[in-house]
Design a binder for this molecule. Structure first.
Ligand code: CA
Length: 222
């Protein structure tokens, strides 16, 4: 999942980047409101975390302009403690959720998980269920009935994206853009390697190759 983090407090941003990275998010970080506005418009993020007090351009203005331009990406705003006015303004400007500083990283992770599922029309259950598999995002393992399979960080990132888009044809470019961090990782050979690892673990039929088009997640059937 590709995430844009907009936060000008460096210590907090560092901590959040590390936590989000460990939980399989490919994070881009911006500190300035104007940069964030542009970045959100040009890159295909799955979810955005936006601080409201920013240099350059206030977070509320960034959000309002994104929404005015038709950006539908879920946005979670970070607000100051006790500022109900900020929370209301944030929701009014188009935020999908908010968190009041200071917060526990686990709360952020659970709220992001719920936003991502809601955006795909999926119920917010303890596991992400699709096509006979259940992904435990907290433990980064996948279950098929009673069987449990551990996943590497790269496999987890890829499988989560597949499971949020079951049955959908996904191009290699789309997968790379949403799953990986930097240019170095965004090599279609790397993607093929990880797809093959998932197949070896879960069965060949779980992911279908559409020659020249990309992949389709089929899952384990019923
Ligand atoms: Ca700030």
């Amino acid at each position: 999942m590709r995430l844009l983090l907009v936060e000008d407090t460096v210590a907090l941003a560092d901590e959040l980047q590390a936590t989000l990275g460990r939980h399989g998010y490919a994070v881009d970080w911006r500190t300035d409101g104007r940069d964030a506005l542009y970045q959100g418009q040009v890159e295909p993020y799955d979810v955005i975390v936006l601080d409201l007090g920013l240099p350059g351009l206030p977070g509320l203005e960034v959000l309002a302009q994104w929404r005015k331009g038709g950006l539908a990406t879920p946005v979670l705003v970070l607000t100051a403690r006790g500022s109900w006015a900020e929370r209301i303004e944030g929701l009014r400007a188009g935020a999908d959720d908010y968190l009041t500083k200071p917060f526990h990283p686990d709360e952020l992770l659970l709220r992001l998980q719920s936003l991502l599922r809601r955006a795909r029309g999926l119920p917010n259950q303890p596991t992400l269920d699709a096509a006979g598999l259940a992904l435990d995002e907290g433990r980064q393992v996948v279950l098929r009935g009673e069987e449990e399979f551990s996943l590497t960080a790269a496999e987890f990132r890829l499988l989560r994206y597949f499971m949020l888009h079951p049955g959908q044809l996904l191009s290699k470019l789309q997968l790379s853009e949403h799953v990986y961090d930097g240019e170095r990782e965004r090599d279609s050979n790397v993607l093929e390697v990880h797809v093959n690892h998932l197949r070896r673990k879960l069965g060949r039929e779980v992911i279908e190759t559409r020659r020249g088009q990309g992949y389709r997640f089929i899952g384990a059937g019923q």
